[in-house]
Design a protein around this ligand. Structure first.
Ligand code: HEM
Length: 360
């Protein structure tokens, strides 16, 4: 009798265990851990085909990643403590209330991707907040070397626009940038990790005479070149010069933000910055963790469903960390006081110019 009871208990345990690990099979045959995530597959296909031109890591991916940040950072417990509305974080307010938020100075140029994403949201059953973070995570997966970002589903519609002045500007001081991120819940190390996004990025509006000018020499690859190249001595302006928030860069065709330059050289952040130079695994893990936090700023995670397994697995990084051709370790402006800059090979050949990111 006791044996029979034990046997059926074991059988029951096996069944419930299988149920726990069994994946849901969706209508099109693809599987995911949670059946509620099945609805995302058609949206994923639409995004890859019609937003990211068949799965590229190009301009729309860069813009969509920037949008994840500008939506999420609209969140300020400090304002709330003063009895004001501090913003809803990653709630889609930048799209839902785009007429209020896109004119904010720090959101310059973001109206492009807002206008491109809006019809996608209109033709699918998804909130703007979920769509922004979903598209950002998918977009990053198109960039070789990136981590597979998390995606949680379930952000309610935004109820109000974010207040102005919560998105950092490239001409802000390090003190003000770290304070702003600190208010939203991010440490200095997490700020540096989030800035890995600038390895797949370009600027259209910092110097409007040279749209599509990248922040590093490999804007289609999620590698550490951004952290290397921002640490090199600035020698030129790629365009007109004298623009607010811009400082000299080391390469023709490459633009450097004042904020990136200063964060790479500030004693609070310099060693973290340098630590990514020759450590792709750390770069991936730190960016993944910081983005997971950014994507749910202001949200009630207990009410959300983990659909991370829907996000495609990115290809491995291409190329090796290197100094650009014609430059050497003498061009490194060492800022980390405790660890020497890693020894890197220099690309062979004469000094090159970085081509712009083409509009698509
Ligand atoms: C100190 C904080 C930051 C500042 C001051 C800053 C500033 C900027 C500026 C001025 C641009 C150029 C916009 C243009 O002219 O088109 C830019 C581009 C970009 N930023 Fe940031 N950013 C910061 C942090 C972040 C974070 C945390 C993310 C994402 C997690 C991010 C993602 C991007 C991306 C992907 C682009 C490229 C957009 C494109 O190529 O169209 N940024 N950022």
């Amino acid at each position: 009798m006791a044996f029979k009871l034990l046997a059926s208990l074991l059988a029951l345990a096996a069944v419930s265990n299988a149920a726990l690990i069994r994946k849901a099979t969706c209508a099109d045959g693809r599987t995911t851990a949670n059946a509620a995530c099945c609805a995302l597959f058609p949206i994923l296909d639409d995004i890859q085909e019609n937003l990211f031109d068949g799965g590229e890591c190009g301009e729309e991916v860069h813009e969509s990643l920037r949008l994840t940040f500008h939506d999420a950072i609209g969140f300020s417990p400090a304002l709330t403590a003063q009895g004001k509305f501090g913003g809803g974080g990653a709630d889609g307010s930048l799209i839902t209330f785009d007429e209020i938020e896109t004119p904010f100075h720090a959101n310059g140029g973001i109206d492009d991707i807002v206008d491109v994403q809006k019809p996608f949201i209109a033709r699918h059953n998804i909130t703007a907040g979920d769509f922004i973070q979903f598209a950002g995570a998918i977009g990053v997966s198109n960039c070789p070397g990136a981590p597979q970002l998390e995606f949680l589903l379930g952000r309610p519609e935004a109820t109000q626009a974010s207040p102005d002045l919560l998105v950092p500007e490239p001409f802000d001081t390090v003190d003000s940038i770290l304070a702003r991120f600190g208010d939203a819940g991010f440490s200095p190390a997490e700020v540096v990790a989030l800035l890995a996004s600038h390895t797949i990025a370009a600027a259209d509006h910092v110097d409007p005479s040279i749209p599509g000018t990248p922040f590093d020499s490999t804007p289609g690859v999620f590698d550490s070149q951004f952290f290397i190249e921002v640490q090199l001595r600035g020698t030129l302006f790629p365009g007109t010069g004298g623009n607010q928030g811009e400082v000299e860069s080391p390469l023709a065709g490459e633009i450097r933000l004042q904020s990136d330059s200063e964060l790479a050289r500030d004693s609070r952040t310099a060693c973290e910055w340098q630590s990514f130079v020759d450590n792709q695994t750390k770069l991936q893990n730190a960016f993944k963790a910081a983005m997971a936090k950014l994507a749910v700023v202001g949200q009630d995670v207990s009410q959300m469903i983990d659909c991370s397994d829907i996000i495609p697995v990115p290809k491995p990084v291409t190329g090796q960390a290197h100094l650009p051709a014609g430059l050497s370790h003498n061009d490194v402006e060492q800022a980390c006081a405790t660890v020497a800059f890693p020894t890197l090979p220099t690309d062979p050949g004469p000094v090159t110019s970085v081509p712009p990111v083409p509009p698509s």
